[in-house]
Write a protein that binds this ligand. Structure first.
Ligand code: CUA
Length: 340
């Protein structure tokens, strides 16, 4: 037994369905109205061969005293209906495109042919994503190879995962359960097998799932710090570690910086990603373009970890604003992981 529509398991699933049904209903009414009139008029006003060039329909039209009123009515009424449908759809679209500030952040990387997901606390999954019920969840997506599309029908969300950039979607599951996760963009011969599930758990269960296998998971920020050190980034980017040949990253995330070409840019996930892979393209004013590219040296998941670490430096700066640079350079695990 295949249901007409998938289960409604997110806060906006009901709204999406209501809009879809309204549009289908509107189209059905339009279809019935036009078809009925078409058939009725074809019969009622069919050509009368013996009357010569002028038929009954033309004669009626010429005599119609309501011509203007009728035309105005059939222009204004559909206009109001369609603009209302647009306003309704646009409102819902904007809601769905803006993750709330308190959303739980998770990451998903598409790769032929699997979804690799990662939680800030360090848990990683393949073709599976565990989320808590009753809390907005923001999924930041990217791809290692081609365009994939993250699609959870029960939540009525779908978003492309595009190589070379970050996109995101959000949802709030309303009921525990296991929901299909599809790739909805043809990505090669095994596209149809790029499937998984989103497991929605009660918050307490989610916490114990996160904590499972004690000690096994290293938080994304901590993994990012190790990678940061391993790649030699502190030499230029943490003031105590060497000459300030690059911008100090402590507290930088979320700020606006001036670039050498005069542009202003907000330091967000995309900017950090680009600064690592193509450093010469967006150099902060006052610095030389001496940083080498790290393209090919860091995986997409590694980039997300570096970003998580750089964000955590922000949190550390907020709480330890007075601490000397020497302490900040050694960003302790508590400070680095404290963001979660
Ligand atoms: Cu990935 Cu289709």
């Amino acid at each position: 037994m295949i249901p007409l529509v998938p289960e409604e398991a997110s806060t906006f699933a009901g709204s999406v369905d209501a809009l879809a049904w309204a549009l289908i209903g509107l189209s059905a009414i339009g279809f019935v109205l036009v078809t009925t009139l078409l058939v009725t008029f074809s019969i009622r006003f069919r050509a009368q061969p013996r009357r010569g060039p002028t038929n009954v329909a033309d004669a009626n039209l010429e005599r119609n005293p309501h011509g203007i009123a009728l035309e105005v009515a059939w222009s204004i009424i559909p206009f109001v209906i369609f603009i209302s449908a647009f306003a309704w759809g646009a409102t819902l679209f904007v809601t769905m495109r803006r993750p709330p500030d308190n959303a739980l952040q998770v990451f998903a990387v598409g790769k032929r042919w699997m979804w690799k997901t990662q939680h800030l606390e360090g848990k990683r999954e393949i073709n599976s994503l565990h989320v808590p019920v009753g809390q907005p969840v923001r999924v930041t997506l990217t791809s290692e190879d081609v365009i994939h599309s993250f699609f959870v029908p029960a939540f009525r969300v779908k978003q492309d995962a595009v190589p070379g950039r970050y996109t995101d979607l959000w949802f709030e599951a309303i009921r525990p359960g296991r929901y299909h996760l599809f790739c909805a963009e043809y990505c090669g011969s095994q596209h149809s097998r790029m499937i998984g599930e989103v497991v929605a758990l009660e918050p307490a269960e989610y916490q114990s799932w996160l904590a499972g296998e004690a000690g096994a998971a290293v938080s994304m920020a901590d993994a990012g710090r190790d990678l940061f050190t391993q790649l030699g980034c502190p030499t230029c980017h943490l003031p105590a570690a060497g000459a300030a040949r690059g911008p100090d990253l402590v507290g930088l995330f979320g700020k606006t910086v001036h670039l050498t070409d005069g542009r202003e840019i907000v330091v967000d996930e995309s900017y950090v990603r680009n600064a690592i892979l193509d450093p010469a393209s967006q150099v902060v004013a006052g610095y030389q373009p001496i940083m080498p590219t790290y393209k090919g040296l860091v995986s997409e998941e590694g980039l997300l970890q570096l970003i998580a670490y750089i964000k955590s430096l922000q949190a550390a700066a907020g709480t330890n604003a007075a601490s000397p640079p020497a302490d900040r350079a050694n960003a302790s695990p508590e400070a680095a992981g404290g963001a979660g």
